[in-house]
Design a protein around this ligand. Structure first.
Ligand code: NAD
Length: 296
């Protein structure tokens, strides 16, 4: 197995910036590129070399990590005449951590394989806080060889690293998890609204449900009712955290995929409608727990 020494990091936004910093802290040489120069410069102080183009960033690199908004950006970076697949040597490894559609993840992986380049789709869970703390969960799709080779890079940025299956499986796991999360968030919000409107203290109700069969992650770590949990976005004016717009994006990916594979997802569909309405009401930049306020 080839050791990875030099990494090109493409996309230094809210997530990519802190992730690249953790790679530098772990001792990797990192060259970065972002269309937004200020975003790329944000990691220069930690020792990253800032390149003028993606092609310049990958020159001499044995691994590329990308953290881009959506499938079209990932396709634009890797595929086509100007795509990075033309610049990478055989045996190089691509780790795409963006949350994107399964079809694009598989398309890039197939094109990479045709050129002897390994590719892993490795979307993450854990948000900006997890990216900064180096405690992200990675859900990986790709060959055993790609998964094994990526270990030191992923371990420098995260705590849990799962091999979900073949190419695209990481994106499938991420989309299923986030669809479930949206449904749980809405369900928890409904229960808390019903209880408080009926006269109960939301903290007492949360404690009871957390010790009963309604127990779930939102009650444990991310209570949507303001004042119940100091560390949760709800107690901080719903500052994100994980934005409503990003949840809408993920639910869009899940519903698109559900249609393609003829899966019945009535609650996912309803959750998407409620989150889309919330975003249309100007709440897209707030934390996704703010769906609680629409049920008041
Ligand atoms: P962001 O918008 O903050 O960052 C994306 C960066 O990519 C930007 O700096 C942008 O300039 C850059 N970019 C776009 N096209 C480019 C190109 N062709 N070449 C180089 N750079 C380019 O987004 P983010 O919050 O960092 O999220 C990135 C991905 O991670 C998304 O797919 C998102 O769904 C996923 N994600 C985000 C979170 C979160 O809490 N923010 C959590 C889990 C997963």
């Amino acid at each position: 197995m080839a050791d990875i020494h030099k990494i090109a990091f493409i996309g230094l936004g809210n997530m990519g910036g802190p992730m690249a910093k953790n790679l530098l802290a772990a001792g990797f040489k990192v060259t970065v590129f972002d269309l937004n120069t200020a975003a790329a410069q944000s990691v220069a102080a930690e020792g990253a070399v800032v390149a003028d183009s993606a092609a310049e960033a990958v020159a001499g690199s044995d691994c590329v990590v990308s953290m881009l908004p959506a499938g079209k950006h990932v396709a634009a970076v890797y595929l086509g005449q100007d795509g990075l697949l033309n610049d990478l040597p055989g045996g190089a490894l691509i780790i795409d951590c963006s949350t994107i559609d399964v079809a694009t993840a598989r398309e890039v992986a197939q094109a990479a394989e045709a050129r002897g380049v390994l590719m892993l789709d490795a979307p993450v869970s854990g948000g900006v806080a997890g990216a900064a703390a180096g405690t992200l969960s990675f859900m990986c799709g790709g060959s055993e060889e790609a998964f094994d080779q990526a270990q030191p890079v992923l371990r420098a940025m995260g705590k849990n690293v799962f091999h979900a299956g073949d190419s695209g499986a990481g994106q499938i796991a991420k989309m299923c998890n986030n669809m479930l999360l949206s449904i749980i968030m809405i369900g928890t919000s409904e229960a808390l609204q019903l209880g408080t409107k009926s006269g109960m203290d939301p903290k007492v109700l949360s404690d009871i449900m957390q010790a009963s069969t309604g127990r779930n992650w939102t009650l444990e770590c991310y209570n949507p009712c303001p004042g119940v949990m100091d560390s949760a976005p709800a107690s901080n004016d719903y500052r994100p955290g994980f934005m409503v717009d990003l949840m809408c994006k993920d639910l869009g990916l899940a519903m698109e995929n559900a249609e393609q594979v003829s899966a019945r997802t009535p609650l996912g569909k309803m959750a998407r409608e409620l989150y889309e309405q919330h975003a249309s009401a100007g709440q897209g930049q707030r934390d996704f727990a703010s769906i609680y306020t629409t049920l008041e």
